[in-house]
Design a protein around this ligand. Structure first.
Ligand code: UD1
Ligand code: CA
Length: 484
């Protein structure tokens, strides 16, 4: 490419048919706002500048994108009133004065690929044309602008559905809404576009006729995959496109050596990575920026958000995990809740009905049953007995529990934080630890056991006998001769 290039993303439309308080382009597709998928494609294609045209919900869209791309060369242009796609591009042109070529895409086509944008450049150069338009053959062209060609096959103009004659409506070749133009030719044509059409809008598509009439060639790039041009207008379309993208994603993972036990039931969002020989069970959801290492396993029904599973880590069925790290060979589940800032060391194990939050467990440490571990750091090879609870909250502030290596914590222990337990200490079952425990010591806090002899005979049995007698007295008398 010679000269600077810009991508203009049209995202000012209201998206009325979504019936939503959220601007349409911020609705997520596979876990990312749909406009972000388009921004990704533009950035990946190597444009020096990306200008997003915002209007409806402008502030929200701008804030969301600025947060997602703090470093990227993103600019925003405000289209005050939504007077059509041509008007939207006009709003962006001042931000592109230093650019020689500009691409125009829509913010509601999340399947767009950077490869298509690159192909657009190649096609435009090959045809030596000031304008190149992506098109595709639509089995049902309803709603799309139709590509009108002359007898020699040259593109003459694009006619919108609302303005098309019955004959023009039969045309199957349609405008994908993806363009690349010399900026000068585009600006010149746009200055001459008016709103004299069925919708009273300033159509970007009218540029085509103006360029063609001025003697410039309008090249076309035939899209092999029309899904790339699929625009989202309704929630049903969003769901359908997401299913299609999901199916492709699953196929790509399987091709890359991942086992999906029941592929159709698995959800894998756009930002997820899965390593070779990983095994993903039925009904698993891998969300956000989750990374699953080589040979790791995620069993049935797990919901995993923004987690890191190192190689060989294993989530047993029905684990809910968010922002947790499982080091190599660590396991969790079944039925475990791993909350943010959980870090399970190599070969560590947390079992059923264990909840963790801001919990760091060292190598080989085990909490196999029924525990709450919050704001704590446990060393290596610690054994956490069933029912152990870190009492980390005093109603006002959170406090930390620190447990050394090789500690044995008996069942039903409460660790009242802040508290530190030294290496190789032993804590007797049922202990409430309120003071630090020295390394190697035994800590025990139990009420002494008492015994009352003959308690059953003296106290319980008389009451049970009485109860039985009353039941006999009040029982209904069976009727004689009744049906059996
Ligand atoms: C447009 C094309 C049509 C093409 C189709 C492909 C025009 C006139 N028509 O039609 O030929 O087949 O895309 O999907 O361009 N937008 C703004 N400001 C506005 C109006 C729209 O930013 O004032 C944005 C929308 O948010 C959307 C994009 O431009 O992202 C396309 O607008 P839309 O109204 O969906 O155009 P279509 O009628 O689909
Ligand atoms: Ca559209």
């Amino acid at each position: 490419m010679s000269g600077k290039t810009a991508a203009i993303i049209l995202a000012a439309g209201k998206g009325t048919r979504m019936r939503s308080a959220l601007p349409k382009v911020l609705h997520p597709v596979l876990g990312r706002p749909m406009v972000a998928a388009v921004v990704d494609a533009a950035l990946d294609a190597g444009f020096e500048k990306t200008v997003v045209v915002v209007g409806s919900g402008a502030e929200e869209v701008e804030t969301a994108l600025t947060e997602l791309y703090p470093e990227a060369p993103l600019a925003f242009a405000l289209q005050v009133a939504q007077r059509g796609t041509g008007d939207a591009v006009k709003a962006a042109l001042p931000a592109t004065t230093d650019c020689e070529q500009v691409a125009i895409v829509c913010g509601d086509t999340p399947a767009l690929c950077s490869a298509t944008l690159r192909a657009l450049f190649a096609r435009k150069i090959e045809a030596d044309a000031p304008l190149c338009v992506a098109t595709f053959e639509a089995p049902d062209p309803t709603g799309y602008g139709r590509i009108v060609r002359d007898g020699g096959g040259r593109v003459e103009r694009i006619v919108e559905q609302a303005d098309a004659s019955p004959a023009e409506r039969q045309i199957r070749e349609v405008n994908a809404g993806i363009y690349l133009a010399d900026r000068a030719a585009l600006a010149d044509a746009l200055a001459r576009v008016d709103a004299r059409n069925a919708q009273g809008e300033i159509y970007l598509t009218d540029v085509v006729a103006l360029v063609a009439a001025g003697g410039g060639a309008v090249a076309t790039l035939r899209l092999a995959d029309p899904v790339e041009a699929a625009g989202i207008n309704t929630r049903a379309q969003l769901a359908a496109l997401e299913q299609e993208l999901l199916a492709r994603r699953r196929r790509a993972l399987m091709d890359a050596g991942v086992t999906l036990v029941d592929p159709g039931s698995v959800r894998v969002e756009a930002g997820v990575e899965v390593g070779e020989d990983a095994i993903i069970g039925p009904n698993v959801q891998l969300l956000g920026h989750t990374r699953v290492g080589r040979g790791a396993r995620v069993d049935q029904g797990c919901v995993v958000t923004d987690c890191v599973l190192e190689d060989g880590a294993h989530l047993l069925p029905y684990v809910v995990a968010t922002e947790a790290v499982l080091r190599a060979g660590a396991t969790a589940g079944p039925f475990t809740h791993l909350r943010p800032e959980t870090d399970l060391g190599p070969k560590a194990k947390v079992g059923n009905f264990v909840e963790t939050k801001k919990a760091v467990l060292g190598r080989g440490t085990k909490a196999s049953h029924l525990s709450y571990l919050g704001d704590c750091e446990l060393g290596e090879d610690v054994n956490v007995g069933a029912g152990t609870i870190t009492c980390n909250y005093d109603g006002v502030a959170k406090h930390r529990t620190v447990v050394g290596d090789g500690v044995f914590i008996g069942s039903d222990t409460q660790l009242v934080a802040p508290v530190t337990v030294g290496d190789h200490a032993t804590i007797g079952a049922g202990t409430t630890v309120t003071r630090d425990v020295s390394p190697g010591a035994l800590a025990l806090s139990r009420a002494p056991q008492r015994e009352v002899e003959g308690y059953y005979e003296k106290r319980r049995k008389p009451r049970e006998d009485e109860k039985r007698r009353r039941m006999v007295e009040t029982a209904p008398v069976p009727k004689t001769g009744g049906k059996r």
